[in-house]
Design a protein around this ligand. Structure first.
Ligand code: NAD
Length: 446
């Protein structure tokens, strides 16, 4: 494939054959630095990954990083914050990892191309003083990647790191991964203003066909949940559980109230699991009917929970959950609630995936006031790289990074955000390190 700005390095193109990724020993992986603190965290992540791969496999494996450009870098390279070439390059390479991207908020907002600071006028940047580098507003780049590449699964692992002050008594038992459906539900964009033509038409249709009244001054949202959308996210969750030898998959839904959307999500999920993974799963009902409550060796327990109860359960018995699969809205809420359990902040990794494409990402924003200061916590993008290595089947390298990060936090070699929390908890001997210093601490301990 010919590109204008992208220089594809020597290495192995990742292929997708018979519904599986084929990864060579020198896979080419896209890297999008991101705006703001992307400049600090992304190179640290690359250094940590390279060190882990080298330690795990000697010289037998290595990643060939391929820089791609979007956001403020996209504007510099292509004059567009969301270049078609970058989208096509991700499609071509199949795996990429990215830093955060700025999304101007509010009608008049402008963004500084240098530090990602947002302000209400063009010209000179109020924060870094760069002249003539402020551009006009644009739409969310993250959302556009999801839409253009049909990245239907938002994947968020949540786990505890010893030494991180966490509000929950059982935080050390938290180790689960959420698969949130990314394209349907009330986020599909069918949201109609009260009094508008669409809201009025839908209210009239319901009156005519169903005989029921909706107040005429109501805004109307539509919540589509399809068999297709449900099956592909549940399949993805089950495939992950199988590939990582995880004990259970829980379908989370509010089917007691919304029978034909949330309830169907659970029903179709169970049907798909029985049909495609019947030899690998045991449902909770079967567990008691056929196995007297004793989990048979090598099987995955498939269960479902009502959405409101799961918010309690992840706090009171987190160790009973491993993989959770949810429709869009509840997935959004639960992802944030779950990360708070383990101390929140900086450390939550994530990815958006389709069947053959995966875009791993830092889940925090661009934190413009820290741009280029080598100060912030690179934990989120590093843990996203751990997910990426697991996704590639390079689990030994992933484990090295996790071990290095666990040990760095235990030894209290941490960036300012964690240092502040640890000191507040009365921890002694806390050594506040820089962003790159945290990377080095991980490498030393992996
Ligand atoms: P933010 O996450 O950028 O920053 C909020 C605060 O959180 C920062 O001031 C800082 O104190 C702290 N923080 C964030 N990341 C940190 C890290 N790695 N280490 C230590 N502390 C960290 O959120 P915001 O200020 O609401 O958003 C700024 C910009 O980022 C906006 O343009 C927003 O649209 C964008 N954003 C992008 C993503 C993404 O690309 N995934 C996610 C959220 C926000």
């Amino acid at each position: 494939m010919e590109f204008k700005e992208v220089r594809v390095p020597e290495g192995d193109l990742i292929r997708y054959e018979k519904e599986k990724l084929v990864i060579g020993s020198r896979p080419i992986i896209g890297v999008l630095r991101g705006d703001g603190i992307g400049i600090d965290i992304t190179p640290v992540m690359q250094k940590v990954v390279d060190a882990a791969v080298s330690k795990a496999y000697g010289g037998d494996r290595a990643i060939a990083w391929c820089p791609l450009y979007a956001g403020l870098e996209g504007l510099r390279h292509y004059g567009s914050e969301f270049p078609d070439e970058t989208v096509e390059a991700i499609r071509h390479l199949r795996i990429a990892i990215k830093g955060p991207f700025t999304t101007p908020i509010g009608e008049e907002t402008h963004v500084c191309l240098n530090c990602a600071h947002q302000q209400y006028h063009g010209g000179k940047c109020d924060q870094c003083g760069t002249e003539d580098s402020v551009c006009d507003r644009f739409r969310s780049i993250n959302v556009r990647f999801r839409q253009r590449l049909d990245l239907f699964a938002c994947v968020r692992p949540v786990r505890y790191f010893e030494g991180v002050p966490a509000p929950n008594k059982y935080a050390d038992k938290v180790d689960f991964i959420l698969f949130r459906e990314n394209t349907e539900d009330v986020y599909a964009g069918y949201d109609y203003e009260a009094g508008g033509e669409m809201a009025k038409a839908i209210i009239a249709l319901i009156k005519e066909k169903d005989g029921r009244e909706i107040r005429s001054d109501s805004g109307i949202g539509v919540k589509p949940i399809s068999t297709f959308g449900t099956e592909r996210i549940v399949r993805k969750a089950l495939e992950w559980a199988i590939s990582q030898n995880l004990p259970s998959v829980t379908i989370v839904h509010k089917g007691n109230i919304m029978k034909f959307t949330e309830g169907s999500f659970a029903k179709w999920g169970y049907e798909l699991a029985e049909r495609e993974f019947g030899d690998k799963i045991v449902t909770e009902k079967k567990l008691w009917d056929e196995f007297d409550g004793k989990m048979p060796e090598g099987k995955i327990l498939l269960k479902d929970r009502i959405a409101d109860s799961i918010f309690q359960q992840i706090q009171t018995r987190p160790d009973e959950y491993s993989v959770l699969v949810l429709p869009n809205l509840n997935g959004d809420f639960l992802s944030d609630a779950a990360i708070a359990l383990v101390g929140g902040l900086g450390l939550g990794p994530g990815a958006n995936m389709s069947n053959d494409i995966a875009l791993f990402e830092a889940t925090h924003g661009t934190a413009p006031k820290y741009t280029g200061m080598d100060k912030v916590n690179p934990g989120s993008i590093i843990l996203s790289a751990v997910m990426m290595l697991n996704h590639m089947g390079w689990n030994e390298a992933a484990d090295r990074i996790l071990a290095g990060m666990e040990k760095s936090i235990c030894d209290a070699q941490v960036t300012y955000d964690l240092a502040r929390l640890m000191k507040r908890e009365g921890r002694e001997g806390v050594n506040e390190v820089s962003c790159s210093g945290f990377g080095e601490a991980i490498i030393e301990r992996m």
